[in-house]
Ligand binder design. Structure first.
Ligand SMILES: *[C@@H]1O[C@H](CO)[C@@H](O)[C@H](O)[C@H]1NC(C)=O
Ligand SMILES: *[C@@H]1O[C@H](CO)[C@@H](O)[C@H](O)[C@H]1NC(C)=O
Ligand SMILES: *[C@@H]1O[C@H](CO)[C@@H](O)[C@H](O)[C@H]1NC(C)=O
Length: 408
């Protein structure tokens, strides 16, 4: 039995699992959300409440103001120990105040030996943790990805506004992704992205190499982001064939880890985020929040602001943040009030449990940068861990480092 574990990093992408409900309106660049469900979630579906918080894409929402302004970056080291589990809050309980939670979760994070495990029980879609400060929206993303059948490779990738591109990836050879702890770091500045493993630069991508003459812009991640960590079943039959192949083949739910522990998992020991603070806006991180003032969603369209970032209930949106506010006595509040109404079908994105669209995998659904992740054990076909870190606004960048292990 393999007792060990390994580590990984962090960042995130979207990914992990989500289930898409059939009866909820979908959204894309060509199809914005309706006024009644104005916010486009990172999974491409329209709703209110948590749909308007982290991951809400202003370009695909009813209006640029539909998404709630996102909290700015904070320098911080997140211990992933037992005490910090109280700072991980389920997405169905978080209304946008980063002082109340460090991470928003979907799935089943677990504490083990004073580290945090992201788990993926049989037939689940895995677990995702997204940082609460510095939300990302327009699908710029920087990743580390670890495949269960490639134990000596840390794959790196980046996306600009979620545009699928199959030439942006690069591999870093590592000694193992599961037997020893490793530190995965993304150093993202306005001019370049560097991926470091255990302190050694494994890959560098310069912004100067990303000019797109057709679009007349730099296809380089350049907007505020958050850190996302996830483990997800890339090898599910419902995923695209390219994703299944990339994940190492169809997933096996009979692996010894499932038998021995009840889930596949990846382990995180500590995550550090260091913000890039621009001298002038956008990206100073001096205010409270930021929002976009143009559908172009490039670095110069990010606005530093002091607008509030919190909703009063899961009925709210960026243009009606007080909706569902509880007034009057506590008892009447319980009857009519805000948070009690989280049962609307489309107020919590990704709730459910079916497999989702391809996370991280290049589907262009995510929005993060940095990070690292890792994957699993040998013979774990079809399992992937993804990490990304994001930071910075506008040309902001951030340095993120993660230490993690994975057991498989
Ligand atoms: C990275 O490694 C994977 C797995 O071995 C391989 O499929 C992929 O083509 C490699 N990517 C690059 C850019 O070399
Ligand atoms: C350049 O931008 C256009 C328009 O967004 C996009 O379709 C194309 O794929 C980009 N080119 C490359 C090489 O990524
Ligand atoms: C946005 O990026 C452009 C191109 O790299 C750069 O010249 C400009 O200074 C950046 N603007 C801001 C506000 O960061």
């Amino acid at each position: 039995m393999r007792s060990t574990v390994l580590a990984l990093g962090a960042a995130a992408l979207l990914g992990a699992g989500t289930v898409l409900a059939d009866d909820i309106p979908t959204c894309s660049l060509d199809k914005k959300c309706p006024e009644s469900a104005p916010c486009c979630s990172q999974y491409g579906q329209c709703g209110v409440g948590a749909y308007c918080l982290g991951g809400c894409d202003p370009r695909m929402s009813f209006s640029l103001e539909s998404c709630v302004p996102a909290p700015v970056c904070q320098d911080k080291t997140y211990k992933m120990d037992k005490a910090s589990m109280s700072k991980i809050v389920d997405i169905g309980k978080y209304l946008g105040d980063p002082s109340k939670a460090d991470w928003v979760s979907q799935g089943e994070p677990v504490n083990y030996n004073d580290n945090t495990l992201l788990t993926m029980p049989k037939n689940s879609v895995g677990t995702v943790l997204a940082s609460t400060s510095y939300m990302c929206d327009v699908k710029d993303e920087i990743d580390y990805e670890f495949v269960g059948t490639e134990l000596k490779t840390a794959q790196t990738n980046y996306y600009f506004q979620g545009i699928p591109s199959y030439v942006n990836s690069g591999n870093i050879t590592i000694t193992d992704s599961w037997a020893n702890w490793h530190e995965y770091e993304i150093r993202w500045t306005p001019d370049q992205i560097q991926w470091l493993v255990d302190g050694q630069v494994g890959r560098t991508k310069k912004k100067s190499e990303t000019w797109n003459a057709t679009a007349n812009q730099w296809d380089f991640p350049q907007t505020p982001s958050r850190v996302q960590l996830s483990i997800w079943p890339g090898g599910l039959a419902s995923n695209a064939k390219g994703t299944i192949d990339w994940a190492g083949g169809p997933i096996s739910w009979d692996h010894e880890d499932i038998k021995n522990y009840g889930y596949y998992f990846t382990t995180f020991g500590e995550i550090t985020v260091k913000c890039w603070n621009a001298d002038s806006g956008p990206g100073t991180n001096k205010g409270k929040s930021y929002y976009y003032n143009s559908y172009r969603a490039t670095n110069d369209t990010v606005v530093d602001s002091n607008k509030r970032t919190t909703l009063e209930s899961f009925l709210g949106t960026g243009t009606d943040m007080d909706k569902g506010k509880v007034t009057g006595t506590k008892s009447s509040a319980t009857k009519s009030g805000g948070a009690a109404e989280t049962t609307l079908p489309n107020s919590i994105p990704g709730a459910g449990s079916a497999p989702a669209n391809v996370p991280g995998g290049g589907s262009g659904t995510s929005c993060e940068e940095g990070g690292n992740g890792q994957s699993p054990s040998n013979a774990n076909n079809g399992v992937r861990t993804t990490g990304s870190v994001q930071m910075g606004a506008s040309a902001l960048a951030a340095v993120v480092g993660f230490v993690g292990l994975m057991f498989l």
